[in-house]
Design a protein around this ligand. Structure first.
Ligand code: PMT
Length: 406
């Protein structure tokens, strides 16, 4: 996995069943190059042994407010100053309430008060507790005070009830924290993403298509939503659930995708064409199923589909346009050719037809080109790759045109 940032993160773990997921969160943050120190509440230590976090972070866990040994090594104020970022996951209703009201009766709540760095919380609690007006008031208060709230997600809870209150999955918390902490370059941008294949019908039951699963485009959508962008996803037919938080437009053919993308791009800041659009469609679509005998010697006449990404790049005013290039050979030359001929701001090129990466794979690697630069994003899961690509896009966009959001 490529290194995204090198941050010092203070990870606060509260006492809830989701505390065990904080171990995975810590592992993922370290994998991204972050140095992590862990603060546990007394209740958290009853769910997961501090030794787990000590082994994963490489540092002893902080839990007592006035432990002379720990204060000597690093006082709670030094700990608060050390951090680039305070992330509390899971954050219980109790800790959130303390934070909202300025109570400081344990190490974690004291660190929150002492911290001058950005603060993120990933709440986790029973759905009724989450829905209680007082919890919602506390959350609103914390947001007013500049705390970023990640989630919670909806679904089945450990107690067997359904609803909002599950801690957001560790990989999504990492995405959210890392991308937002790059300066919020993506936050507030109006972004259109295309994903998946198109299907070009031959008759009511047959079609021409390709192997795209939509995973790359959906990962980009989720990462951009997590980073606070206003995202429209135009998707061909795939087997993935619609990402929450994005406007979702489902299409089938290249012509439908063309219309949907151009409409959505009318006032967009950024378009990312991750879809594998069929270059050709059948000239004639039979109104009834073609019979075996009829089709035996027949030739399917094809006509060209419009090039969506090139059309977006021709809009006036035009959003920032990122294309993908799927290649089985001579990746760099073909990608650079597409960058120029389609008038793109950036192109992310990937190998396809290999054992790993490209179509329908969980992982991918990208060689990214723009008119005066390039960067390789090493083989990684598509979730992590999406975050890295968005960061790169945001940096380049920001360099060329100052983004309208801070
Ligand atoms: O969906 P996954 O299984 O996760 O796989 C990801 C992926 C391999 C599909 C993705 O990473 C990718 O490479 N997408 C682009 C695939 C493709 O069609 O590449 P291309 O080299 O043929 O097209 C170049 C660019 O032109 C692409 O941005 C494409 O969206 C765009 N295009 C192509 C034809 C067309 N008629 N309109 C377009 O907009």
């Amino acid at each position: 996995m490529g290194r995204v940032i090198n941050k010092r993160i203070l990870l606060g773990v509260c006492g809830g069943i989701a505390a065990y997921k904080a171990a995975e969160l810590l592992r993922l943050l370290r994998k991204q190059g972050c140095e992590v120190r862990v603060v546990m509440t007394a209740a958290a230590a009853r769910f997961v042994a501090p030794l787990t976090f000590q082994a994963l972070s490489g540092h002893s866990v902080h839990s007592e407010l006035l432990d002379p040994e720990q204060e000597q090594a690093m006082s709670h104020i030094q700990l608060a100053r050390w951090a680039d970022l305070l992330l509390i996951a899971p954050a219980t209703a109790d800790t959130l309430a303390k934070m909202a009201h300025g109570l400081a009766d344990d190490l974690l709540s004291t660190l929150y008060l002492a911290a001058e760095c950005p603060v993120y919380v990933a709440p986790a609690m029973n759905q009724a507790m989450w829905g209680k007006p007082v919890t919602q008031e506390n959350i609103a208060r914390l947001q007013q005070h500049g705390v970023t709230v990640i989630g919670p997600a909806a679904g089945e809870q450990a107690c067997g009830e359904q609803g909002y209150g599950r801690m957001v999955e560790p990989a999504e918390i990492v995405q959210s924290v890392l991308i937002q902490s790059t300066g919020g370059l993506i936050a507030g941008l109006k972004l259109v993403v295309s994903a998946g294949p198109t299907r070009e019908p031959l008759d009511p039951v047959r079609f021409i298509s390709n192997r795209s699963s939509g995973k790359m485009g959906y990962a980009l959508t989720k990462a951009a939503v997590a980073a606070g962008a206003d995202v429209t996803l135009v998707s061909g037919p795939v087997h993935l659930p619609a990402p929450t938080g994005a406007k979702f437009i489902q299409v089938e053919t290249a012509l439908q995708m063309y219309q949907a993308v151009l409409n959505a791009c009318a006032d967009a800041d950024l378009y990312i064409g991750a879809a594998a659009v069929a270059d050709y469609r059948a000239k004639q679509v039979a109104g009834r199923k073609l019979k075996k005998g009829e089709a035996e010697d027949s030739v399917i006449e094809l006509e060209k589909n419009p090039d969506i990404v090139a059309a977006v790049a021709g809009l006036l005013p035009k959003p920032w346009v990122v294309g993908f290039a799927a290649e089985t050979d001579d990746l760099e030359n073909y990608a650079l050719g597409k960058l120029r001929s389609k008038n793109l701001d950036m192109i992310a090129a990937n190998w396809v037809g290999r054992a790993e990466g490209g179509f329908d794979s969980e992982r991918n690697a990208l060689q990214v080109f723009w008119p005066d630069g390039r960067k390789t994003l090493e083989m990684a899961d598509k979730t992590s790759l999406a975050v890295q690509l968005l960061q790169l896009i945001a940096e380049r966009m920001h360099e060329k045109n100052p983004i309208k959001n801070p």
